[in-house]
Design a protein around this ligand. Structure first.
Ligand code: NCD
Length: 324
């Protein structure tokens, strides 16, 4: 089982692998989708292969990027968007469920689980590759792959840039992005978060250990003139409700009113001419309506192109997991 290509956490990937293998493959997948070239289709074909997708949490982009990506490569998809309604609701342990499904012979399983560590646990029991498409507050490595693929395409490179990562930094997308981008030399990170939503100590320890300079602020405007990549995220309120009432009870009226991490025309005016604004989506009002690409033609607003990239990156991950 040691040889399976599991995708579990962002820091498992090296800069070299990303730059030399993964991003070029993702570009090939983009070309395949855009040109439909028969040679590319047959080169990367997953015809006859099966993907099982088990999602315990809601999704739009991630779920469909894997479903449609698998279909584009000629494979079959078996998806449950209510994995909580599967045998687990009857009390079955994840370990048993994974082993039973694996025995039916899928070629890959894509999991979105409600609790940190569940994808890793599944991988310990699975005889087929597991792709972690988000494990609770834990990580979202395929999103981080998409994020850096986007930076590479938009900015020409990832190294040496100043990343401003803003919003609810307890979320899995900023966590995975910080872990992954830390592999690239010369980068620095500014975290912008409301009180109570700051980046976790595990990430900070990792950055310290890898000598990645970072700082924490509460107003994105303070970083505006210097940032290259502005990564905005939404408050994870659906997950937070539960947590707040249990573990975080009494801790603040969350999200300090002074905090500002919104992307609006004011931010756009203040950032560099070649900076970009990203968001893993879905967004709420942390992206102002005036920045919607339908009304705002400024190329620096990159989040819809970033979202499209999820498809190419999902295809590359599927190909790796199944064929490599
Ligand atoms: C993110 C997630 O599920 O963590 N969505 C996604 O997969 N792009 C971000 C979010 O829900 O805020």
């Amino acid at each position: 089982m040691g040889k399976l290509f599991h995708v579990l956490e962002a820091q498992q990937f090296s800069k070299e692998w990303l730059e030399n293998e993964f991003f070029p493959l993702s570009l090939e997948m983009e070309k395949l989708v855009k040109t439909g070239e028969p040679e590319l289709l047959s080169k990367y074909s997953l015809s006859g292969k099966r993907m099982v997708r088990l999602f315990w949490e809601p999704s739009t982009g991630t779920g469909f990027s894997f479903d449609i990506g698998m279909h584009r490569l000629g494979g079959a998809v078996f998806a449950s968007d209510h994995a909580g309604d599967t045998a687990m609701i009857k009390g079955e342990a994840l370990e048993d469920m994974i082993r039973r499904i694996a025995a039916f012979g899928p070629d890959v399983m894509v999991l979105r689980t409600p609790k940190e560590g569940m994808a890793k646990l599944a991988a310990e029991y699975s005889s087929v590759p597991i792709i972690n498409a988000g494990d609770g507050w834990g990580q979202h490595p395929t999103q981080a792959g998409t994020d850096l693929f986007t930076v590479k395409k938009e900015k020409g490179g990832i190294e040496g840039l100043h990343y401003v990562i803003a919003g609810d930094l307890r979320g899995r997308t900023p966590r995975s992005l910080a872990y992954l981008v830390a592999k690239f030399p010369g980068i620095r990170i500014t975290f912008v978060a409301p009180v109570g939503d700051q980046i976790g100590d595990d990430v900070k320890e990792y950055l310290n250990r890898h000598e990645v300079p970072f700082k924490e602020i509460i107003d994105i405007m303070d970083a505006a003139p210097e940032g290259d990549v502005f990564y905005i995220t939404r408050i994870q309120k659906e997950r937070e409700k539960l947590l707040r009432s249990v573990e975080r009870h009494g801790l603040v009226e969350a999200h300090s009113p002074k905090a500002n991490w919104k992307a609006d025309q004011g931010l756009l005016r203040a950032i560099k001419k070649d900076a970009i604004i990203m968001h893993p989506l879905p967004h709420e009002d942390e992206i102002a309506p005036e920045l919607d690409p339908k009304v705002c033609k400024d190329r620096r607003v990159a989040y819809l192109r970033q979202s499209e990239n999820k498809l190419y990156v999902a295809m590359a991950f599927l190909y790796y997991a199944i064929r490599k």
